[in-house]
Design a protein around this ligand. Structure first.
Ligand SMILES: [Fe+2]
Ligand SMILES: [Fe+2]
Length: 264
């Protein structure tokens, strides 16, 4: 099976890019499944039922999240009712929502099951969550009883934590792709035991910006230390992500390719 993972969708320009570019990418890569990180889809901060609805309507099958989870209060509705919406697994027990899910992938003459897992790192990240390594290992073990095809979005800041996490899960999951830094890294590879790995998928939205926000207020904030309003930027919209091919029988990765698709 072939899946596309889309890096953090930022605001309306990001949502629009998914809507316009995804049908083309689906055809071009013969995609069977699409996962996207939606933590910045509502005005750059958080996610709402409306922005999630737009992303699903554009053809995304599962939405993951990250440290911006709580930015919009309407997220509670998604956490309570939407099984296709995942939040980081390692929130304390009792937090609403789910960190993983099992989903049906329809192929030409058959179907198979994929597990998607969302986990958040702890190095230079707020709020501090439970140990992602220990919890992910337990969860992956549980999921592997249901399917061998497992995709992990590791939402984290430090490259060291991300690489260590990918190495830790190597051979246990089909792919570990990082999100959160909004900068696509060029280290896509298949690790020795068969896990596709990319430190960061990048972000989907306006790249004439600082990580998706207007440049000037961010520079001003660094110059003065004073709080500023960071509006979502507009120009040079790019869809960032990765296409990953996973062997249906073994769950091991066959191929990983970065995606950086421009809006024309
Ligand atoms: Fe983000
Ligand atoms: Fe984030």
């Amino acid at each position: 099976m072939k899946l596309l993972f889309i890096g953090d969708i930022v605001g309306q320009p990001g949502r629009n890019a998914v809507k316009i570019l995804l049908p083309k990418l689906r055809e071009q890569h013969a995609l069977d499944f699409v996962i996207a990180n939606g933590e910045n889809s509502a005005g750059g901060s958080g996610i709402t039922p409306k922005t999630a609805g737009e992303i699903f309507a554009a053809g995304v099958d599962v939405i993951t999240c990250g440290d911006h989870l709580w930015d919009q209060k309407e997220v509670m509705e998604l956490l309570g009712n939407e099984k296709r919406f995942l939040r980081p697994l390692n929130y304390p027990a009792g937090t609403p929502g789910q960190g993983s899910g099992l989903f049906e992938v329809r192929l030409k003459n058959s179907s198979l099951r994929i597990a998607v897992l969302n986990v958040q790192g702890r190095t230079f990240m707020q709020p501090p969550l439970d140990n992602p390594f220990l919890l992910a290992a337990e969860e992956v073990k549980r999921l592997r009883e249901r399917t061998k095809i497992i995709f992990v979005d590791f939402h984290a800041e430090a490259t060291s934590e991300k690489i260590a996490f990918g190495r830790f899960l190597d051979g246990q999951v089909g792919a570990v792709v990082g999100t959160h830094t909004h900068v696509q890294t060029a280290d896509e590879q298949i690790l020795p035991r068969g896990t596709a790995y990319l430190t960061d998928a990048g972000f989907t939205g306006p790249h004439e910006s600082v990580l998706g926000r207007e440049i000037e207020p961010v520079v001003k904030r660094f110059l003065t230390g004073m709080p500023q309003r960071f509006e979502v930027a507009k120009e040079r919209v790019i869809l960032n992500g990765a296409v990953i091919e996973i062997d249906d029988a073994s769950g091991k990765a066959l191929k990983i390719q970065r995606v950086a698709e421009n809006m024309i």
